[in-house]
Design a protein around this ligand. Structure first.
Ligand code: 13P
Length: 250
């Protein structure tokens, strides 16, 4: 049985004071779950969040990183820096980074390799746009993204991945994919990994669904055969609501 993982992606929300308050309030609400709980917070919140979450079952992640270790990249943060303050997870290749910051599959691939190099656990995002879906190209797009972002990884690295299937049309729209569509996307990702890395490796990959997950739809989505949890945006900004999602199986 794969571990269920529920990750919040705060995006550009919450300052350090709010992060400390959030984690303090979330802690008692989620202490009894066996599900892995991750909060991916803005860089400026990381250190405070890690200190506040110490001794709890809440893991802290970043939302991005640079692939180089150090250098003249004004405004950037490296995997080595994240590791130095005990960050555990890092989201890589979110569609908002692809759209607004021109991240390509090649850059995403470099970041994933760098995350592994510094001992971080990448949460790699893939997913098609509405146009691509309406043109019947969703499968082709997902296949290419999976092949390109995983290029050159070892079997062991792939087997330890968390991948988030986030159809772009479902992000921030309040219109989640149906559980069947979400599961088909997750299954396609697993099948694609299986072709290159074998079924055993593919069966270990944790695949999350992301896009308008909330306390009402979480259970149905997370109980699908190939979905191992969620990457949650808006509904991760309120501790009570987020705890209902992480406790979906209670
Ligand atoms: P929403 O849950 O707000 O749709 O965001 C999803 C997302 O982009 C998580 O990374």
């Amino acid at each position: 049985m794969r571990q269920k993982v529920i990750a919040g992606n705060w995006k550009m929300n919450m300052h350090p004071g709010e992060a400390i308050e959030f984690i303090t309030n979330l802690t008692p609400l989620v202490k009894d779950t066996k599900n892995e709980i991750i909060l991916c917070v803005p860089y400026i919140d990381l250190f405070y969040s890690i200190l506040t979450a110490q001794g709890t079952n809440i893991k802290i992640g970043a939302q991005n990183m640079h692939y180089e270790e150090s250098g003249a990249y004004t405004g950037e943060i490296s995997g080595k820096m994240l590791k130095a303050i005990n960050v555990e997870y890092v989201i890589i290749g979110h569609s908002e980074r692809r759209k607004y910051f021109n991240e390509t599959d090649e850059i995403v691939n470099k970041k994933v390799k760098s995350a592994f190099k510094y001992g971080l656990k990448p949460i790699v995002c893939v997913g098609e746009t509405l146009n691509q879906r309406e043109e019947g190209r969703a499968e082709e797009v997902i296949k290419k993204q999976v092949d390109d972002v995983l290029e050159g990884l070892t079997n062991e690295q792939v087997g330890s991945l968390v991948i988030a299937y986030e159809p772009i049309w479902a992000i921030g729209t309040g219109k989640a994919a149906t559980s069947e569509d979400a599961n088909n996307g997750a299954k396609q990702i697993r099948d694609e990994i299986s072709k290159t890395y074998g079924q055993e490796t593919a069966s270990r990959v944790i695949i999350l669904y992301g896009g308008s997950v909330n306390e009402t739809n979480a259970k149905e989505l997370f109980e699908m055969s190939d979905i191992d949890g969620g990457l949650v945006g808006k509904a991760s900004l309120n501790p009570e609501e987020f705890s209902k999602i992480t406790n979906y199986d209670k």
